[in-house]
Design a protein around this ligand. Structure first.
Ligand SMILES: Nc1ncnc2c1ncn2[C@@H]1O[C@H](COP(=O)(O)OP(=O)(O)O)[C@@H](O)[C@H]1O
Ligand SMILES: [Mg+2]
Length: 253
């Protein structure tokens, strides 16, 4: 009898993706356990964003398969229902927040649960208020995104994703667009989320966060996973020469 908690929640099987003639993901195999926190590092253009965008169905791919929580995506679809289920179960936070600028903070968070999940406004609002409290900005609910700092906007974006009750959260360089003094408040929210057991894939070069929070670090080069392991192993004792070269460049700064 299988133990449910030991089944991976995300599985990528020999995933290949092209942009025209550019082979952006090459035979990517990846299996993510529930509650696992994975940090993805690699040079600009190596395929980090493309990899995580494939996991929530934002990018089609041409070979292999991706499964999230038993919903299966294949190159020729896998069906609208799989895509829909995956988009609902996988939350994504982008570098540039991507909030709806003409909607108040609270409405940014309630829209999707009402439209996609069919929740009542009352239920969605209560949930949104609870989430704003959780990310530490309960007092900003009636403002517009432009009236908030970058760190606050990114916390709204995280709350908006959480409002859909995702099983997996993807973060694509969530602190890269922030002023340095705001990075910590966003990482704190992510740290808390990890502690509560959320499954997370995080593209970031915040090495301190990676060491403290991640169970596994993955280094991507040219669309391939070339090295992975415990963050301290990958960062302090990289085996692949490309990882070594990349880290010596990153860690110099
Ligand atoms: N929509 C697109 N059309 C064509 N090429 C793209 C597109 N998106 C990304 N690429 C290319 O795919 C490669 C991987 O990009 P990306 O996944 O964004 O890398 P990273 O996030 O690691 O910087 C890069 O060479 C990039 O120029
Ligand atoms: Mg990117």
């Amino acid at each position: 009898m299988s133990d449910d908690t030991s089944n991976p929640i995300v599985v990528m099987e020999r995933v290949n993706k092209y942009f025209g003639s550019l082979h952006v993901l090459q035979d990517v195999d990846l299996s993510v356990d529930p509650g696992e926190v994975i940090v993805i590092i690699g040079a600009s253009g190596s395929g980090k964003s493309t990899l995580i965008r494939c996991i929530n169905g934002l990018e089609p791919f041409q070979g292999g398969a991706i499964e999230v929580d038993d919903h299966r995506l294949v190159p020729d679809g896998g069906g609208r229902s799989a895509l829909q289920a995956i988009r609902t179960e996988v939350g994504m936070v982008f570098q540039q927040f991507n909030l709806f600028p003409h909607r108040k903070v609270l409405d940014n968070i309630t829209l999707a649960p009402v439209k996609v999940r069919g929740w009542s406004w009352e239920r969605a609002t209560e949930n949104a208020q609870r989430l704003l409290e959780r990310v530490g900005i309960a007092d900003q609910a009636d403002k517009y995104p432009s009236q908030l700092s970058g760190g606050q906007q990114q916390r709204v974006a995280i709350a908006r994703s959480l409002a859909m009750e995702p099983r997996v959260m993807l973060f694509d360089e969530p602190t890269s667009a922030l002023d340095p003094e705001m990075i910590g408040e966003v990482l704190d929210v992510m740290r808390e989320l990890a502690r509560e057991g959320m499954t997370m894939l995080v593209v970031t070069h915040e090495m301190g966060f990676a060491r403290e929070v991640a169970h596994r670090a993955i280094y991507i080069h040219g669309g391939r996973i070339v090295e992975q392991g415990r963050p301290e192993a990958v960062f302090d004792n990289p085996q692949n020469e490309r990882t070594q070269a990349f880290l010596s460049r990153v860690l110099k700064h």
